[in-house]
Design a protein around this ligand. Sequence first.
Ligand code: S3P
Length: 165
Amino acid sequence: MNIYLIGMMGSGKSTVGKLLAKKMKMPFVDLDHYIEVKNNKSISDIFKENGESHFRILESKALRHMEDFTVIVACSGGIVLSEENRKFLNASGKVVMLQASLNELANRLHNAIDRPLLQNKERVQELTKIWNKRKDHYLSTAHLSVDADQTPEAVSSQIIQQIQS
Ligand code: S3P
């Protein structure tokens, strides 16, 4: 069974995913990285040259490929924007939401230059807008949710505990 980590940019999906994969002895896939390798282009360049809507198509295609494996997947933050993706995730694995506070996300993403959706320095404002648009989707897609303000070690331990209980 696949484990899908969902949540906002900066919630720690990739870091926690790697740790979780090590602890659970499962392979790990970072969906953004998978898209970059498949398309031989960085996420920033895909946004710049092909636009967000094209990125969303590549994102959905990449997600479908995960069905061919048994893996832990760190999904890209916007994966829940599509209803098809939400249905797919919910039906094809265990979906874990990493829920971090907006202040914590803003701190972690303070200097990030590789997130095309964060364009100005008003991080909390930008993230609040994105969160308000997505929160219901994250919550309705996830089978379980973990407080992601904690350390990656604590988050991964909690996920394992919750999956096993
Ligand atoms: C996005 C999140 C990013 C990346 C792209 C768009 C989003 O992934 O896919 O910048 O829409 O939230 P991470 O969540 O891994 O940062």
